[in-house]
Design a protein around this ligand. Structure first.
Ligand SMILES: NC(=O)c1ccc[n+]([C@@H]2O[C@H](COP(=O)([O-])OP(=O)(O)OC[C@H]3O[C@@H](n4cnc5c(N)ncnc54)[C@H](O)[C@@H]3O)[C@@H](O)[C@H]2O)c1
Length: 246
């Protein structure tokens, strides 16, 4: 098993990619703490896992709560952090409120950094690793999702910068960059109004049935977090059915 006895924190585990990752890591023998703001979703995920996780309700927009999540997860040490919680808000840039802009950045970026910061002393001890969730939105501009795209570009920067800073202490930090994934977020209805949808959809997946399932992304998390990827750090892994290929 890939993660026998490994102590793992997975955020965003109440649904979608986080849920699939929690289920996948539990199959591989991990001792898992799952965190999210959605209590009933967390309970449902726990019921789907091969072994009972520690369940921690938190709000990523509260940075002290983000740090408390790490303290809880690292009670007996910590080997792996999968930062998956995230928020997407669509909107025409002319009308996008700065409060919403700051909220997206707080949840998708500042909380991710706070969790990395709180986890890194434990990961130095265990020679562990972090897998963050960026997005194809970290690699290109996407209309009507400027805050989200900015937050994910920042996750890419955090990932690469921390990888350089912590390489000599044996900690790997990587990020996945999914394209369109079949989850609540991936299928969220676009905003009403006068949008030019063609400029959003120009980078469609190229594969037949190219939209990813959460389990496809969980597989990449499992590989990156395992010793099979022991030479991989500071990398952004695109998984998008060829969306960005051309
Ligand atoms: N679905 C896609 O197409 C896609 C593409 C690229 C990247 N991503 C990223 O993948 C990650 C998971 O998204 P998903 O597609 O599984 O969507 P999802 O909506 O199913 O899951 C997001 C999870 O984050 C949690 N969350 C949101 N706000 C929170 C908060 N304030 N505190 C704690 N938890 C909070 C939600 O409750 C939910 O369980 C996100 O970081 C997202 O940006 C998704």
């Amino acid at each position: 098993m890939l993660f026998e006895g490994k102590r793992v924190l997975i955020t965003g585990a109440a649904s979608g990619i986080g849920r699939a990752t929690a289920i996948r890591f539990a199959q591989e023998g991990a001792l898992i703490t799952i965190g999210d703001i959605d209590e009933s979703g967390l309970a449902e995920t726990a019921s789907m896992m091969a072994s009972a996780p520690r369940v921690h309700l938190y709000d990523a927009s509260d940075l002290e709560a983000s740090r408390a999540l790490v303290r809880d997860a690292a009670g007996d040490g910590l080997d792996i952090v999968c930062n998956i919680a995230g928020l997407l808000k669509w909107g025409r840039s002319e009308e996008f409120s700065l409060d919403d802009f700051e909220r997206v950045l707080k949840i998708n970026t500042t909380s991710v950094f706070a969790i990395c910061q709180a986890a890194l002393p434990h990961l130095v001890e265990s020679r562990g690793n972090i897998v963050n969730t960026a997005s194809t939105a970290a690699l290109q501009g996407i209309a009507y999702t400027i805050a989200y795209s900015a937050s994910k570009h920042a996750v890419a920067a955090i990932t690469k910068g921390l990888a350089v800073e912590f390489a000599s202490r044996g900690v790997r930090i990587n990020a996945v960059c999914p394209g369109h994934v079949n989850t609540a977020m991936g299928n969220a209805a676009p905003p009403e109004g006068d949008l030019d949808w063609a400029i959003v959809m120009r980078n469609a997946p190229k594969l037949v049935d190219g939209m990813c399932e959460p389990e496809d992304i969980a597989e990449l998390f499992a590989w990156l977090a395992s010793d099979r990827a022991r030479k991989v750090t500071g990398s952004l892994f695109t998984i998008d059915g060829g969306q960005l290929a051309g």
